[in-house]
Each structure stands twice: as C-alpha cells, then as structure tokens.
Write a protein that binds this ligand. Sequence first.
Ligand SMILES: [Zn+2]
Ligand SMILES: [Zn+2]
Length: 822
Amino acid sequence: MSNVAKIAEIAVFLPLDYSLHYSVPEVLSTRIKAGQRVIVPVGKRNLIGGLVLSTFSVIPRDLEIDPARLRPITALIDEVPILPEKMVPFIRWLSSYYFYPIGETVNTILPYGLRVVTSIKLTVTEEGLKALNQGVLSEVEENVVKAILDLSNPTISRVVKNLAIPDCFRFITRLRQKGMLTTLESLREERRYKKTAKFVIAVDKDFPAPRKKSEKLEKLWSLLQQNPEGILLAELEKQVPGAYYWVKKLKKTGIVRVEERELSYDLFENDVSVERGASITPTKAQEEIINAISSYVSKKSYQVFLLHGVTGSGKTEVYNNLIDLALRCDLQAMVIVPEIALSTHLERVLYERFGHIVAVLHSGLTPRERFDQWRGILEGKYKIVVGARSGVFAPLNNLGLIIVDEEQDSSLKQDSGLRYHGRDTAIMRAKLEDIPVVLGSATPSLDSYHNALIGKYKLLELPERIHKRSLPHVEVVDMRREGRKTTIFSRQLLDEITKALNKNDQILLFLNRRGFATFLICLVCGEVIKCERCAISLTYHKRTNDLRCHYCGFVRPVVSECPKCGNPTIKLYGFGTEKIEEEYKKLFPGTRTRRLDSDAVRSRRLYARIFKAVRERKIDVLIGTQMLAKGHDFPGITLVGVVSADTTLQLPDFRASEITFQLLTQVAGRAGRGEYPGKVLIQTYNPHHYVFHYTQSHDYKGFATEELKLRKQLNYPPFTRLIRFLVTGPSEKKVKKVAMIIAGKCVELIKESPEFADVNVLGPAEAPLYLVKKQFRYHLFVRAPSARKVQNFSHRLISSFSRGRDTRGVKIIVDVDPINVM
Ligand SMILES: [Zn+2]
Ligand SMILES: [Zn+2]
C-alpha cells in the first residue's frame, strides 16, 4: 500500500472486458467524481470517451498497478455526474453477469444523446500529394487518396464506405505507414436529433380525376381524406409504397401541401381514455397484500415479492398504493412494463394518478425526448419512472420501490447487444440498493414461481377477479375430427363466429406469430415428431429435406407414415395470420375485419387508431398475433378463437408449454371483460395435452406443478441454468468449426476440473433461424445446476479461448439465461 496522487478507474467506450486506470491531474482532483464522463488516451489513440467508475488515493491491495506508469486523464466532459454513483456496482454486475464489455454496458445504459463517439479523420500529407501528382501510386492507392480529397469530412468509416474496395483498410494502413496519410481523432456527443418531419395535407376536398385510374393514388387520397390535419410523409410511404413520387406530383399541381413540422410527442395521443377506478379504497385482499409489502418500503429493505393475481384482480390498485407510500417516505419508484406497441393501461393509470412527476420511457420516444426525460430524472423532476425494460437503467438517486408488471413477458429480455433481462436486472438493482421489488403476473414465469416455492421470493396472491366477474368459458376443439386435410376453421368455430356476428358481438381470432417453424404433425392422432434426447419438437428443414433438433443437433429423415397410429397422414404444419384473414374473408364476406400484427401495423399511431375503432365497434373481427393479448380491454369482444394452439405448443423450445399456457390465459383474458360473459375456443390436434386441461380450469398452480415436475426430469431451468453461445458469420464452414472448437473446449474443461463435473453441454446445433442476413448461425448451450456455476464455467471457457485465424470473421455472442433460442 502506498499513498499516491488520485487515481481514477475508467470504463472506456471500447469493447474491452476490463476497466482501465489513469492518474488524475492536479486541476481535476477535486472535481472528479464517479458517474462523470471523461476523455482519456488508450493505446495509440488519444481521444476516447469513458465513464469514471471510482477514484481513490490508496491503491487497493488486490490491484496491481504502478502509479508511476499511469497516463493522465485528458479532460472532463461533465462537471455534474450523469449517473448516480450508487449505480456503479449495478453496472459492474451487468457487465460481468451478461458477459458484455463494461464501457459498452455504460453506453447501452446512457440515452443516445449522452453517448460519446470518437471519429478518425484522414488527411493526405504533402508527401501523399506529391506521390499522387507524380503518378507513382498503385491504382488502388490512387483511388483511396482521391476519395479522401473528394470528401468534405473524410472519416475512416466514410472513406471505406465510399470506396467499396475489399480490404480497403489494408491500403489505408499502408499509406499511413508510408507517411502519405495522417489521422486526426475527434470526439463528439451523438446528438443528431431529428426534430422535424414532413407532413402532407390535402388542400382540396375534391380530387381531380386522374387520367389513368390508379389504385395506389386512390388509396393515398383516401388516407389524406382520413387525416385532414395532415399525415406524416414517411407514414404515407409505408402504407402506399411510391407515395414520395405521387406527393411530389400532386404538390406541383397544388392539390396537396407539404409542411415541415416539429415532432412533438403527446404521451397518450389517440389513446383510449383512462377509466377512473370506481373506488380508490382497496379491497380486503388488496389491503392484506399492501400491508405485507409496506414495511419493506418504509424501512428500505430488500425482498422480492411475487404477486400472483388473475387478470382483472386489481393488481394496479396495489401498485398505486405502494407507490403512494414510497412517495410519502420521500422515496422514488420505478415501474417496468413489457414493451408493446401502445402504452399500457398501467402507464395511463399511473400518469392519471400521479401526473407530472411520472417519467415515461419506451420505444415510441424520439432520442430527444428520451434525453430530456433522462435529464429530468437526474435533476429530480420526476419521482416515478414507468418504462419498458430499459427503464431499469433510469438514473433515480433515491429509489425505494421497484415494480415489474407482467414479469413473465418475454419482451423484458433484450435480444441484442447487452442481452439483459429487465426483471432479473430489476431484482439485482433492488438488491444492491436494499429495497423491495414486486413482480406481478397473472401467469408467473416458472422461474419466479419456483423461487417462490423454495422461499427465495415471498408469494402473495389475489385469486379473485374484482366484482367477482366470472372468468370466460374455455373450450378445446379437437382438430383431428376435421378429417385428413388441414383446415383453418373447425365446424365448431365457424358456428360460434356466425352466432356472434348475428348478435353483433365482436370477435378476436388469434395466432401466435412465434410459431413460424414448420413441424410434422399427424392429422389423425395429433402425434408430433420430437427429439428423443431433448423432448423438443423437430423442425423441418426445406433445404436439406430433413428434421432437426435445435438443441442437440439430432437429424432424422422425413416420414410420411405416423409412427404412432400408422396412418399416412403426417403433414407439414404452419401458417400465418395473412392466410387466416384471406380464408376468413372468403367465408364471411362483408364483415368488417382488420388484421393486426407487426407486418400489418408498424406505427404506433395507426395501432392506436385500430384500437379506437374496435372500441367504437367499427370493426367486427380482429385477426392478430400476441400483440393483441397484452394489456388491452375490449369490452365488446365475446368470442376469442385461437386458430392453432399447436404452433406454440410445438415451438422448438423447452418453454413451449409454458409459453402456450401464458398466451392462452392472456388471450382468454381478452374475452368478456365487459358485462357479457366471454367464450374462448382453442383449436388443436393435441386436445389431451395437459396445457389445455389447466387453461380450461384456469388453474395456474396445477399447470405449474405438472410442468415443474417435467422440467426437473429433463434437467431444464429453473432446475438448471443455461448460457447460450451463438456463433455467427458469413462462412458456414468457419461458423461450424468455431462452434465445434467451443464445444471441444467445454468438454476439456469438464474433464480437467472436478468442480465442473455436473456441467454439461448441448450441441453444437444449427440455430432454428439458421441463416439471417447472410450470416450462418450455430449455437450450443452450457448447462449447470446453479447460476454461479454456469457463470464460473463460462468465464473460464472464454478466458481459455484464444482468438486466432480460425475465429476471424466469426462473432461469438453470449446469451445468459436465454429466452429466445431462435
Ligand atoms: Zn398418427
Ligand atoms: Zn435433441
């Protein structure tokens, strides 16, 4: 131990797994604080942004640094920290647990406007100009030099992009070595906000008949009429491809006007109005739950609560009361909700109740708005943050309560970059800040439910719907009785649709989008071909005309005869919402239908408009994917038809049954929320699957017990923990080879160290989505009995794995506790 001048530990904004240390110049020594951004030199580069993680004057014993050799910090970017210091341990945990570089973890947390980017500008030297004029450069070199001279701002990335020469970087390096090019680094904050956008407005009501009838033009015109206040040009183009062209023409003749307008964001624009709850006084059941949690809020003490409440049981009122309590204790609250296209009921209720102290963070915000909210939170303007998963990073400094609503929702898990789970990170943040966290759900994830059963979480239950409204009647339709041809609508569903239409009721037809994988099913007995080792449905591969297991890599030929009943009725199975819409329109022409899935509806505005139309009963039948299942009330819908439960049930995923149960329960929750009782029809070729039994009786516990038993037998989470290694790259051979090398390393590690005897490896196998954007994908899973073990093993694996020629051009993505295994 030795006393030295101040030292700062910095997370630099580069893909490094560790933080770096710097000496703090005298002038900065009293101003520097954790949570500020700084500029530092790294290697040969001088201007790299970074975040101060800690500062100290006494070197900790376990740290091997020589203060004399440290380089000084160049400058401070912020005088005031942009993150509370208490978030530093949280950032360290995120980086280590999710195997993500610490500086890039910080960059993920920060809103776009606070990210710092270094760009490198190229300049041609005297020497270079001379060589160009003398004509002594090679053809490629000449092109590089000319490109740099031509560009107004020749950053390396722009030059490379402009030239489009393979291996262009090599030539730039060579020219630099010859002294013909120099580089200049510059640093900027990434603040390119788009504040305005073009709107198109129809000037006249009458549209002069075009010489040639054009469907596109007619559609465009009707959209303009529907939006007399103007419509975003980009939105118009989305709906009518080619709109740019038409608008230009119409503008010339003065039929439309184009206006540049400021994009403002109204939190709940076009949204259905908030129903103010009839009573604010909690029921007795709610009261008991509030009491169970409240002392943890007021005393600030860590505990995870799992609030299991059936749909419509009044969880929102519990949240409201707890937030109220936190505010009275002068603490702040954070509410995490699933990411959906439209603000949820909960967001609206909180905004209505608490007003302008609520910050809302979600994907509908522009970067500018996100940045403003962040600043507001830092400055203490907001006391409550409601947000999708990234809301968990909000820089609240005095947090007293975290609520994660719909904790089972898969959208809480980020699918790229820092692959964090919003719920799990919320729990860790609560733990580090020593405060309670409430996980709410009508169908808790089995992970959370298991934790409650073993006493890690406290289980609280709201078993009844408010006003004792009855749960909808759920019926399972046996598709095997429909004959030997695949049909979309069973006779029973057609019957019920006719009945509902005659009564002027609204109908919801539902199909799970994620069930895209094609599998083989027997139309007579419902048998599905599965992997014998993994109990996962085998996926059909068109390219190779065979069936493959996406966990262990098992391959088998396609069969046409059913192995169970012997009939030649094994058929490929899988279709989409478009097909349903088409088929429906043929059968019921004249009904007002609307399809709602991510293909059909891209904008938030349009989405809101459709929901409004449903509420105003301008739509009879809504056809869609799980977008429909979340957080919305349609009082007029009395019939819900699940067109195929099998697409979800046969997902190549060990969670297939759990996902199906959650979806069906959620979809069923859409029926009969008004004053009329609802009916749900579920079509399936596997009517005796236990999922349906428990869905029909609305028996979560029964389902969880049975499913947990199976998971235990098959060694899947929550009884084990998984880390998925996804290997991708443009060369199929290389990708496969790297996946094999990693698997080989795993086997070696397990053999060498007795502590890892209970770790095992599944795969490598082709990922279900094998080829995405010209990148081949292989994956493998490391499985161990505990989170600690799977973490230790994977950290050891990664450090033993050296990058070399074999891995060039191949990306290895580590996904901890994977949810989407496609
Ligand atoms: Zn069969
Ligand atoms: Zn398998």
